[in-house]
Design a protein around this ligand. Structure first.
Ligand SMILES: N[C@@H](CCC(=O)N[C@@H](CS)C(=O)NCC(=O)O)C(=O)O
Length: 291
């Protein structure tokens, strides 16, 4: 089984983050071909997706047998059904039921947070006072995340035991809370920190920082602060130097672009491979193996 996966700008499209994680956090990266759409706003997306009708929102996945999965939860459930050997949901019934309830609540709720506080993986903002509707949703998130931990006995990092669909579905909410500074309550704090430290999410963000345009429609006019995730290793792009490696750590191709880390030079086959690594070297196992 293979999949064509259509996602939005990596920095801003929230459900696309969840769908990327559904493939890349569960070992399906070799079975998926991903296309990124970069509309200037959500409204500008519709004509770009005309060839994928009846799909009209992102994420959309098309299976090799032709099913058009134009919804995050449809993608989640089809992956779980088509790959019964992969633990997309917990096997324990209590944990599975809890995970399903929370994932579906995320998918159907939190309209205030979703419409007023756009996901933005580029930045964090100085904390603002939330309006009442968003304050109530923040309370609800802490309540259900704490409930999941309590009934399943899961300790940090993930909600219901091992990483599963509910964690992929909540990943964009976790980054949203970090961006807007609402990652301070006990359960929320630990859970958001787990997502920000997750290498798969860090790779997605590092790729987004490398080549996604900044879109005013998704930016808030608030004072900006440093990203609240782990501080990246101190790599920089350079033009000159002799690389320690003979070939790009990702493609094995000839080296054309360089980075410097702690006085050591490493090479890559194009600017994107180099820049995604500069943005968060520790998120890339192939690069870390060179060190
Ligand atoms: N229920 C859908 C919602 C997806 C959704 O709203 N995606 C947004 C981008 S994050 C979108 O495509 N908006 C464009 C539109 O609604 O026309 C899902 O979970 O996949």
């Amino acid at each position: 089984m293979t999949y064509q996966l259509y996602l939005g700008n990596r920095l801003y499209f929230s459900w696309s983050i969840a769908a990327y994680l559904m493939f890349n956090r569960f070992g399906l990266e070799d079975q998926v071909k991903t296309t990124i759409f970069r509309p200037q706003s959500e409204a500008a997306l519709r004509p770009m997706m005309a060839d994928l009708a009846p799909a009209r929102t992102l994420p959309t996945a098309i299976t090799s047998d032709g099913a058009v999965l134009n919804d995050s939860m449809a993608i989640a459930e089809e992956l779980a059904s088509r790959h019964p050997d992969i633990a997309f949901w917990p096997t324990d019934p209590l944990a599975r039921g809890t995970a399903r309830a929370l994932a579906n609540e995320m998918h159907s709720s939190f309209g205030g947070l979703r419409s007023d506080w756009a996901v933005n993986l580029r930045t964090a903002y100085a904390t603002v006072t939330p309006p009442d509707n968003i304050a109530a949703e923040l309370d609800r998130i802490e309540e259900i995340w704490t409930h999941a931990r309590k009934v399943t006995g899961a300790t940090a990092p993930w909600l219901c035991g091992d990483y599963c669909i509910v964690d992929a579905i909540f990943a964009p909410m976790a980054t949203r809370l970090a961006t807007y500074g609402f990652d301070t309550r006990p359960t929320t704090k630990a859970y958001v920190a787990a997502h920000l430290a997750d290498p798969a999410l860090r790779r997605w963000r590092a790729m987004g920082l490398a080549n996604e345009p900044t879109l005013p429609a998704f930016e808030a006019d608030l004072p900006q602060l440093p990203w609240r995730g782990p501080t990246p290793m101190n790599a920089v792009a350079v033009d000159l130097g002799t690389p320690e490696n003979d070939a790009c750590p990702y493609s094995g191709d000839e080296i054309t672009h360089l980075l410097s880390l702690d006085g050591r030079i490493f090479g890559f086959c194009n600017a994107f491979c180099r820049d995604k690594t500069v943005n968060d070297p520790a998120a890339w196992p192939n690069f870390m193996a060179l060190l």
